[in-house]
Design a protein around this ligand. Structure first.
Ligand SMILES: C[S@@+](CC[C@H](N)C(=O)[O-])C[C@H]1O[C@@H](n2cnc3c(N)ncnc32)[C@H](O)[C@@H]1O
Length: 371
């Protein structure tokens, strides 16, 4: 059996301090300074654990580049713009976006690139992908990015931020915890006492959930930083992730390794642990600080509205038959609106300075349906 230093450390912590809340477990799995999943590896791609939209096709990043250009124009074409990416993976999306933006010299020259990344292995990879770029800087946190008008992009970033899980009992909502069972294995449990008055904070749909239901919530800190920044310093943010349009009960805490779902309690630090993003909660937090919210819409709708079919057709025209087939497969994968297709599982939310009343792909008239 392979060594599991983080599992041993988590068990020792539970033995000394008692059951561990799910959010703390998730935080340790991802960000433990030595054994955290995002501290030590490049998890992306076919040889890794999962594949993201920018890794599926160059079209994704190119279209986000064109979206950036459209928002920049609506902002009055400022001569200075910070393009910030949260959790930029291998740097693929930024490289594709910048290639698309090169055809617009006034914007390309205005750009200062900021990569918010905690993972040293991925930072190095991003540096290689974007080598030769001037005006690029890396940061641990969005707080460290200097002030200025900004466009912020985040694909599959919010799903890795730790969640709290609450479980409904007869006498109220209890924090869900991780404990050790009689065989020395990790298992889910619940705090012995309910969290006082927790239901007061819940959306009505969730308040009516039956005993045994699970409700997940993320602290608003990160989304508030993003929303406050665009509200005060001009600009917009685009958040793309898998999740639900409306706040609801449901257990979405999951682990993925080698492209397969696995037990999130089995090998802490060795699998990607995530939970779906509650887009209604993100939108509410952004509106609460006075930013304007656009959407959310499904990824399929968003990409079609900003022209993915046209881009695919243009690429296919110049391609060999084999490459054209690959492009067509990628187009399908990104926009597929079947139940578990990326086009419907993933949602897109815009957040902007209040005077930007409509932004490409997300205007108020174009609300998506679905769950
Ligand atoms: C699921 S990957 C998505 C990568 C990329 N956006 C893509 O679509 O390919 C999550 C990214 O967020 C980074 N990350 C995770 N937690 C972070 C944190 N707390 N602060 C900054 N970056 C973080 C990871 O290292 C990785 O680059």
């Amino acid at each position: 059996m392979t060594e599991q230093p983080l599992l041993n450390e988590i068990k020792a912590l539970i033995k000394s301090s008692g059951p561990m809340p799910v959010w703390r477990y998730m935080e340790l799995c991802l960000m433990h300074p030595r054994h955290g999943y995002y501290v030590s590896r490049d998890p992306l791609g076919r040889e890794g654990d999962f594949t993201t939209a920018p890794e599926v096709s160059q079209m994704f990043g190119e279209l986000l580049g064109l979206w950036t250009a459209s928002v920049w124009k609506q902002m009055g074409s400022p001569q200075f713009l910070r393009l910030i990416e949260l959790g930029p993976g291998r740097g693929t999306m930024m490289a594709d976006a910048l290639r698309a933006l090169r055809v617009l010299p006034p914007l390309y020259q205005a750009l200062h690139i900021h990569m918010v990344e905690v993972n040293p292995v991925l930072r190095e990879r991003q540096g290689a992908t974007l080598s030769g770029l001037r005006n690029i800087a890396w940061h641990d946190n969005i707080d460290d990015v200097p002030e200025g008008p900004s466009i912020i992009l985040a694909n599959e970033y919010f799903d890795v931020l730790p969640i709290h899980q609450m479980i409904r009992h007869e006498n109220g909502w209890h924090e869900r915890v991780i404990e050790i069972d009689g065989n020395g294995k990790l298992q889910f449990g619940a705090a012995s006492e309910p969290t006082p008055r927790f239901d007061v904070l819940l959306p009505p749909l969730v308040r009516a959930a039956p005993v045994g239901a699970v409700f997940e919530w993320r602290p608003d800190g990160e989304i508030m930083k993003v929303a406050t920044r665009v509200r005060d310093q001009d600009g917009a943010a685009l958040i793309i992730d898998y999740g639900h349009l409306r706040s609801d009960a449901g257990d979405t805490f999951q682990a993925i390794a080698r492209h397969t779902f696995t037990d999130p309690l089995k090998a802490p630090g060795q699998a990607d642990v995530t939970a779906h993003v509650d887009f209604q909660a993100l939108a509410r937090a952004a509106e609460d600080v006075g930013a304007r919210v656009h959407g959310p819409v499904t990824q399929g709708d968003f990409l079609k509205r900003i022209g993915i079919d046209t881009r695919a057709a243009a690429l296919m025209q110049k391609a060999t038959p084999e490459v054209a087939t690959d492009i067509s497969i990628a187009l399908n994968r990104l926009t597929d609106t079947g139940r578990s297709g990326m086009g419907s599982m993933f949602k897109v939310l815009g957040i902007s300075e209040p005077r930007l009343t409509a932004i490409a792909g997300l205007s108020d008239l174009e609300q998506a349906g679905g769950n």
